[in-house]
Write a protein that binds this ligand. Structure first.
Ligand code: COA
Length: 152
């Protein structure tokens, strides 16, 4: 599968929201993504697959770049396209951009039970820093993970 990464536009919103709903128990609304696209410090990129003239969004990543930190808010891949390296490509794209913009850290929160995502972040050298108990409610903890860019 040939996959490209580009910045998202309003035209991608329907597909982003569809992937979001397929990926999370409490998905973000369309309005949340509209807000993110309008915020000057927020950036959303999409991974796309092209077949002839038709392009499908197969994944997306939303992050904030504030001061010396890039904070990953959301990353998800269409279920049929998982385990093909797309999540990793999206994360590497965000990390490279953060380095270019002279950020010193990339941070994120991940559900303790989300072993696939934790494994992805560990593969990219993120370290598990601390636990936020009951962060997602109903006893679900978050792990705060961090990648130090000034050491790479
Ligand atoms: C987490 C997610 C984005 C990973 O995307 P993906 O495209 O399937 O991941 P990749 O194919 O790029 O995998 C890269 C690495 O992630 C890890 N990984 C991905 N899926 C995994 C799984 N099901 N089990 C264990 N490790 C997994 C592996 O370390 C993998 O490296 P490897 O292929 O060398 O073993 C995807 O599973 C997803 O969309 N999940 C639902 C949304 C979500 O939980 N997002 C994260 C919120 S914090």
């Amino acid at each position: 599968m040939t996959v490209k990464i580009r910045e998202a536009s309003a035209d991608d919103l329907s597909e982003i929201v569809e992937i979001e709903r397929l990926s999370f128990e409490n998905p973000w609304s369309r309005e949340s993504f509209v807000r993110e696209l309008a915020l000057p410090f927020s950036r959303t990129c999409v991974a796309t697959k092209t077949n002839g003239s038709s392009e499908t969004v197969v994944g997306y990543l939303c992050r904030w770049l504030v001061a010396d930190e890039c904070h990953i808010l959301n990353v998800a891949v269409r279920p049929f396209a998982r385990r093909c390296g797309i999540g990793e490509r999206l994360m590497r794209h965000a990390i490279c951009e953060a380095k270019r913009e002279k950020a010193r850290f990339v941070t994120l929160e991940v559900r303790r039970s989300n072993l696939a995502a934790r494994s992805l972040y560990r593969k990219l050298s993120f370290e598990e820093r601390r636990l936020r108990r009951n962060y997602y409610g109903s006893g679900d903890d978050a792990i705060v993970m961090e990648l130090r860019l000034d050491r790479t």
